[in-house]
Design a protein around this ligand. Structure first.
Ligand code: AMP
Ligand code: ZN
Length: 437
């Protein structure tokens, strides 16, 4: 049995009944705060919850309507704020690309609780105060930077707050400071790997041993590829700004999906069509209630992320249930000539083909009346030096692999490394140029 590290052993290994007792107490408290907001006051009273005492058991949660991103947009800027601005000490905002952003406020204890969840997450991966931590996530309104930053400081890692981008400098800093742990999007770490050679740096010049990867969807094959290329362990990290940011769920040393910190979050998986709550093991939309939120209490938030909860425990001894990796989003499904295709199905297939390098893009447009799906993949440069027939064979193999998964034959283009767009934060994998009607 390996030595399992803990930050708060008692709570991380608490019996189910104890976790539920904590959830109920904290949910009641949260209802009290939510009732102070314009967003929730009417919604809660309408379903007969006019005070925390009206919540008798955890089952009462299901009486509360879901909260959506649109609800938070309508509440912009302060309709969901439960405290006075003097008690707010930080603001973050979601990375939404269009329209009104969603804003989240943090009181002192919110930041303290969030930091603690991240400290717990970091320790769960086996990182310690001896580690040198290079935080490659963007600092600023995006929660990925500051969230992990404070968590890592609390555990005592040496934090290098480099932020996102500037690949040359990232690589140099990794070498100079002998960085052992990075926090990064998987797509950006793959890009960094492809640039090591250009900087004259080999893996043996680096001391990297772990990566916390998150903020964007990725498949198990991408994780494997990253681990093999960089010779590291990569741990999946999940969160969203509406629920603090990172630290909602994190993988432990077992690397078998992410523990949701259930003393802080009540997690439900629902059928996205009907809203019905599904049993453990069944895939659906993740719905989260944060029960330790003071400034911005959020109840039953529909994340649009698709995943399932593992019905059984974990070898590490933690009792908090594990959430699968994010399998897609309710809003990222592509319909190609009537066939439903999830970008995650494509990524999973191409990332296990050894000739495929580190970047790809899914392109959709229209030719005449028909939709046209093209998967553009970068492949290792030496392949372009060989015979053309080999390239044709590779292309054919990729088409066949994809067809087996998505049932339609996409076009496949082979590109040299460095030719497809690179993203320093969240990657934009799908370019859909079909006319909107
Ligand atoms: P933001 O609010 O900008 O932090 O974005 C949150 C969203 O990023 C989530 O709802 C997910 O769709 C995505 N995301 C965050 N972490 C992960 C992860 N580990 N795997 C897949 N998607 C993720
Ligand atoms: Zn575990």
């Amino acid at each position: 049995m390996m030595d399992i590290p803990f930050w708060s052993r008692e709570i991380e290994t608490a019996e189910r009944s104890r976790i539920e007792q904590i959830q109920l107490e904290r949910l009641r408290d949260t209802i009290g705060w939510a009732l102070k907001t314009n967003l929730y006051r009417r919604r809660l009273t309408q379903v007969g919850i006019g005070s925390p005492d009206d919540v008798k058991s955890l089952a009462d949660l299901r009486r509360i309507p879901f909260t959506t991103k649109d609800d938070l947009r309508v509440s912009f800027p302060k309709g969901h704020l439960a405290v006075g601005m003097t008690d707010v000490i930080r603001v973050h905002s979601s990375s939404g690309t269009t329209g009104i952003p969603t804003v989240i406020y943090y009181a002192r204890q919110d930041l303290d609780n969030w930091t603690d969840l991240l400290a717990r997450s970091i320790v769960a991966t086996g990182a310690t105060s001896s580690d040198i931590f290079q935080n490659m996530m963007t600092y600023g309104l995006f929660t990925g930077g500051l969230g992990l930053h404070y968590g890592a400081e609390r555990v005592g890692l040496t934090v290098i707050p480099i932020g996102g981008g500037n690949t040359k400098r990232q690589i140099q800093v990794m070498k100079d400071f002998q960085t052992t742990v990075v926090h990064v999007t998987p797509s950006y770490l793959l890009h960094i790997h492809s640039k090591l050679g250009e900087e004259g740096i080999e893996l043996k010049d680096l001391a990297l041993r772990k990566a916390f990867i998150g903020a964007e969807p990725h498949s198990e094959n991408t994780r494997r590829k990253l681990q093999d290329l960089m010779r590291i362990d990569a741990y999946n990290s999940y969160g969203l700004s509406e629920l603090n940011g990172p630290g909602v769920a994190f993988e432990c040393v077992c690397k078998k999906d992410m523990h949701v910190w259930e003393d802080a979050f009540i997690v439900e998986i629902i059928d996205p069509q009907t809203g019905e709550v599904l049993p453990d093991g069944q895939e659906g939309e993740v719905v989260l209630t944060n029960v330790v939120r003071r400034a911005t209490p959020i109840l039953r938030y529909r994340t649009r992320d698709l995943a399932f909860l593992h019905p059984q425990g974990c070898d590490c001894g933690r009792t908090h249930r594990r959430l699968s990796r994010i399998l897609g989003r309710t809003d990222d499904m592509l319909i190609i000539n009537g066939v439903n295709v999830f970008p995650s199905q494509i990524e999973e297939k191409i990332m296990k083909i050894p000739e495929v390098a580190t970047n790809y893009q899914i392109h959709v447009d229209k030719k005449g009346a028909l939709d046209r799906l093209t998967v553009k993949v970068e492949i290792y440069p030496k392949l372009f030096l060989g015979e053309v027939s080999k390239l044709e064979a590779l292309k054919h193999r990729i088409v066949e692999e994809l067809k087996a998964s998505i049932t339609i034959s996409p076009g496949v283009e082979l590109h040299e490394p460095g030719s497809l767009p690179v993203y320093e934060g969240k990657a934009k994998r799908v370019v859909d140029e079909r006319p909107k009607d």
